[in-house]
Ligand binder design. Structure first.
Ligand code: WT7
Length: 650
């Protein structure tokens, strides 16, 4: 069994939850009086315009409603209410890749957001409930735009800047967005790159005609084409807008945002989060999981295009009144010490990143951290995938000086905020385990009937009671919402939320996440459906049929592995190049395949279903234990295995 790391006693004194007794007491409270537990939190944490009348309405389960009848505006929680006490405090410290900095105080953030909110209303006619797509680099205006939407009750949907024009188009169409907010581009690895041309390409395509307004923020001032009457420059317009704007009065259950994420089948789904429950949990987890205090500087390295950026760059830190850091560029620029240099200069107190980044910086710059003073750090977080022992120990020793707890947070786009994580002042930590569910979160590892799995046996990771920041719906597809999350697992005969992840308890009840149980893969912490990649792969004119699986990788966690049945005469090297071009075009650079294996056929059942599990076994170098006699052509497995061995040798 791995060593247990006890919390630092001195540090624990300032933590909100100071020991395991306090944690257990809270858990007990939530178990004994679930409604009372959440009621107390919602009253304490949220500054309501009008109180709610019902904590939880289960009548439409699994379409749960929280804090029903309550009125609020998330931007009041994140900005407005702080003006009395901290108007001159830095809300955001932004650092450009070139080293330039912008420090935005709460008062200035308030004005920026108001101006942008007014611009959205006055110039683009955006009203409560309208969808706005944000396709932005990591610049302060991405944050302003999210909050401006929230201020007027519009629903933002941020699309990660690394997605292609095709992926952007799909999200514009699915959300029926009225406006796209973008930038000319930004800087990456020291050079300017462009985003706006992708928007042009997306909007030119069939089905996108209804979306005829684009707001462009000038960041790198590179040349871009401007479509007269459709495209407007933010920098020119914003100065004419008033810096005062009344917040729209929102119901607790009015949608705040959509965020598209991959599922095991079909197109990405628009995960819908609503106002009150989401913001309360973003704030609570900032306070308890990172133990952020009044004077702390918190840095989450995610992109705002992912849920981690939403909850822990924008909404959580601001709701708490903390200072949040946003960095434009890559960790390797101008050298491998960039992040550590930023931590030193900004005296960052809590740092939150992904195992894939830790592995990269460990493998390529192990000695870099020792060149910097990292003594300001108090808590280190990770998210997105399990963290392996090597990366854990390096992070703990070299970044955290052996002093900072490593907070391994398990959660998902759908959960809105952390679900399973240690508490920095309380939980004894075991590397590789996200430890225990947070107070109020009824996460269990069960079989399909809800029976708890014994220690050491893999089961399904379920959350057996609704929680305030849970996904409310899949945009425009309530049936898919039910079938994706509430059809696999039950507890006491009632459908419960299934995460799609497998997990296991160790002998001490610690939770160890074992990975997805479905056809979703995790490349550098980015979640992708193999079905989605397959749909793109088969557009390749030389590929007749293909199957995509995940394959272990020392830096990325998993990589994309494509088995392709091709037309005669196709060479594997050339195929890989042209296939990756196609994947970048249809999805984005994150979907690139590291391995392409040309095979004569795919293993199929007699009914024609591709047995991906066998292909996964081969790619992961696992033994095949499944009975293959039911295959249409069982010999194909040996053939594929041989081809695989040959390719791996060469
Ligand atoms: C999937 C969710 C939540 C923000 C980042 C990704 C995997 C997430 C952990 C962790 C092991 C993890 C799961 C999950 N995952 N955190 N600490 N340990 N696996 O959000 O894109 O919605 O992906 O990421 O498989 O289901 P996402």
């Amino acid at each position: 069994m791995s060593k247990v790391f006890e919390p630092n006693r001195e540090y624990a004194k300032q933590a909100r939850i100071k020991n395991m007794c306090e944690y257990k007491e809270l858990r007990l409270q939530s178990e004994e009086d679930y409604i009372g537990f959440w009621d107390k939190l919602a009253k304490e944490k949220v500054e309501w315009f009008e109180p709610y009348h019902t904590v939880l309405d289960e009548s439409g389960a699994p379409f749960y409603k929280w804090f029903v009848g309550g009125k609020l505006n998330v931007t009041h929680q994140c900005i407005g209410r702080h003006l009395k006490t901290r108007k001159n405090k830095a809300a955001l410290i932004w650092e450009g890749e070139d080293g330039s900095r912008r420090i935005i105080t709460y008062l200035l953030l308030y004005y920026r957001v108001n101006r942008m909110a007014n611009l959205l209303k006055n110039k683009f006619g955006i009203k409560k409930g309208d969808r706005v797509i944000l396709y932005m680099p990591m610049i302060p205006e991405a944050m302003f735009a999210m909050l401006a939407c929230a201020k007027i009750g519009a629903i933002h949907s941020v699309v990660f800047g690394g997605f292609s024009a095709e992926a952007l188009r799909d999200r514009i169409i699915d959300s029926e967005a009225k406006l796209v907010i973008t930038a000319d581009g930004a800087f990456r690895r020291g050079t300017p790159y462009l985003l706006k041309p992708m928007v042009d390409k997306a909007l030119e395509q069939e089905g996108c005609e209804f979306c005829n307004q684009v707001l462009v923020v000038r960041r790198n001032f590179e040349h871009i084409d401007i479509v007269e009457g459709r495209d407007f420059i933010y920098n020119d317009l914003i100065v004419h807008e008033s810096q005062h704007c009344e917040p729209e009065v929102m119901d607790s259950e009015d949608p705040l945002f959509l965020l598209y994420t991959s599922g095991s089948t079909g197109k990405p789904k628009g995960v819908q989060h609503n106002s009150a429950g989401y913001i309360m949990w973003a704030q609570y987890t900032m306070e308890h999981v990172f133990n952020v205090t009044e004077n702390d500087t918190f840095w989450c390295t995610a992109d705002v295009g992912w849920i981690t950026g939403h909850s822990y760059i924008v909404y959580g830190p601001l709701a708490m009144g903390a200072t949040t850091v946003m960095y434009e560029g890559v960790p390797q620029y101008p050298n491998m010490g960039r992040w550590w240099n930023m931590i030193e200069e900004l005296r960052v107190n809590q740092f939150y990143t992904a195992p894939t980044a830790i592995r990269l910086l460990h493998k390529t710059g192990a000695d870099e951290p020792s060149k910097y003073d990292l003594s300001s750090l108090k808590v280190l977080g990770t998210v997105g995938e399990p963290i392996d022992p090597d990366a854990w120990h390096w992070y703990h020793q070299e970044i955290g000086g052996g002093r900072c707890p490593i907070i391994d947070t398990w959660w998902q786009t759908e959960t809105g905020g952390h679900m399973i994580a240690p508490l920095p002042g309380a939980t004894p930590i075991k590397p590789g385990s996200a430890t225990f569910p947070l107070p109020g979160i009824m996460a269990e590892i069960t079989d399909e009937e809800g029976n708890i799995m014994p220690a050491g046996e893999k089961g399904l990771l379920c959350i057996v009671k609704p929680w305030p920041s849970m996904i409310r719906n899949i945009w425009g597809d309530p049936d898919r919402f039910v079938s994706s999350y509430f059809s696999q697992c039950k507890k006491d005969g009632k459908p419960v939320y299934f995460s799609g992840d497998g997990a296991m308890y160790d002998d001490d009840g610690y939770i160890i996440i074992t990975g997805r149980t479905d056809d979703v893969i995790n490349v550098s912490g980015h979640r992708m459906g193999t079905a989605e990649i397959e749909a793109a792969v088969v557009h390749h004119e030389q590929i007749a049929e293909a199957a995509v699986v995940g394959c272990p990788d020392p830096i990325k966690g998993e990589t994309v592995f494509v088995y392709a049945v091709v037309n005669d005469g196709v060479k594997s090297d050339e195929l890989k190049v042209s296939l990756n071009k196609l994947l970048v075009k249809e999805i984005g650079p994150i979907a690139k395949a590291d391995h392409v294996l040309i095979v004569p056929g795919l293993p199929k059942t007699r009914s024609g279903k591709v047995m991906r599990r066998l292909l996964r076994n081969i790619a992961k170098k696992e033994p095949i234990t499944q009975d293959i006699s039911t295959l249409e052509e069982p010999e194909i497995i040996d053939t594929i295995q041989e081809l695989y061995n040959k390719q791996m040798k060469s």
